[in-house]
Design a protein around this ligand. Structure first.
Ligand code: SF4
Length: 276
């Protein structure tokens, strides 16, 4: 059980040397603070890092037993289009427009022949609607021309589609084809760096670093859980460290408020969490 901790704010060397800090902060976070705040510990052996990562992944499964893909879809085509539309907006907003979109354009053939003005009108609430109309029209045309209107179930094919990178491809593979994939979005990258699992910034390098730490069969669910944690607890601006079940293993503990009462107020409910 985490002791009641210090007030909010990142660890500093002054705080690290104070007796109160030493009593209240887990040793891993203390060592990170002594390194100047860098969560990645180059001295941690690959075996130790793998064990810690697996322990944290198990804990995340307990913290977020309800983690799932927050985009609504009934098939691979719908998921692919919804994922492309989710750029720069919330899943909730995408879920508001996709019922109308897929009622009118249920497959790649129908979407490829869509009237641009009507399509833009439907996509308006998602923002950047002209660019998004272009993206999904191009995507539908490519599916029709090169894949007979079907969404391919291989990474190598998916990334040849316009507007589809590894992140989108992994969402589709993991959730529509049951092919394990790590979805490195903004939450995922931020959290695994805070966990000290990698120091990489490039999403492809982050993906390979995490792939080495966790068994392949867990990749898709781990991605959902870490994204849930990023949306609800480990926020970009104010991480709710004092209310976080990963604190014991996390070298970044202390970058957000550690007082449990203050931190608990920062935890977002599922209904309020879909803001990024
Ligand atoms: S909320 Fe704090 S303790 Fe929890 S994972 Fe984020 S940085 Fe680590």
């Amino acid at each position: 059980m985490m002791a009641r901790a210090l007030s909010a704010g990142p660890p500093t060397l002054d705080r690290v040397s104070s007796p109160a800090y030493a009593r209240s902060v887990p040793p891993r976070a203390r060592r990170a603070a002594a390194r100047g705040g860098s969560p990645f510990d180059p001295q941690e052996t690959p075996l130790a890092r793998t064990r810690r990562a697996r322990r944290m992944a198990r804990e995340l499964a307990l913290i977020h037993p309800d983690a799932h893909c927050e985009l609504d879809f009934t098939n691979a085509f719908e998921l692919l289009v919804a994922t492309v539309l989710s750029a720069q907006t919330t899943d909730k907003t995408v879920n508001r427009v996709t019922p109308t979109l897929f009622a009118k354009y249920p497959d790649a053939r129908a979407l490829a022949g869509a009237d641009r003005a009507e399509l833009e009108e439907i996509l308006k609430p998602t923002g950047f609607f002209r660019a998004k109309a272009n993206s999904v029209l191009g995507l539908a045309q490519a599916l029709l021309e090169r894949f007979d209107g079907e969404v391919p179930g291989r990474m190598a094919d998916l990334v040849t589609l316009p507007g589809v990178g590894r992140k989108t491809a992994n969402v589709v593979l993991g959730n529509a084809f049951d092919v394990p994939g790590l979805t490195v979005d903004t939450h995922f990258g931020r959290l695994v760096r805070r966990f000290g699992w990698t120091a990489e910034e490039d999403p492809v390098k982050v993906e390979s670093a995490v792939a080495e730490l966790l068994p392949k069969r867990e990749w898709t669910m781990f991605s959902h859980r870490v994204i849930f944690h990023g949306r609800r607890v480990c926020h970009a601006k104010k991480a709710a460290c004092g209310a976080c079940g990963l604190a014991r293993w996390c070298p970044s503990y202390g970058i957000g408020p550690t007082d449990p009462e203050v931190a608990t107020k920062l935890v977002k409910t599922p209904a309020a969490s879909d803001t990024e």
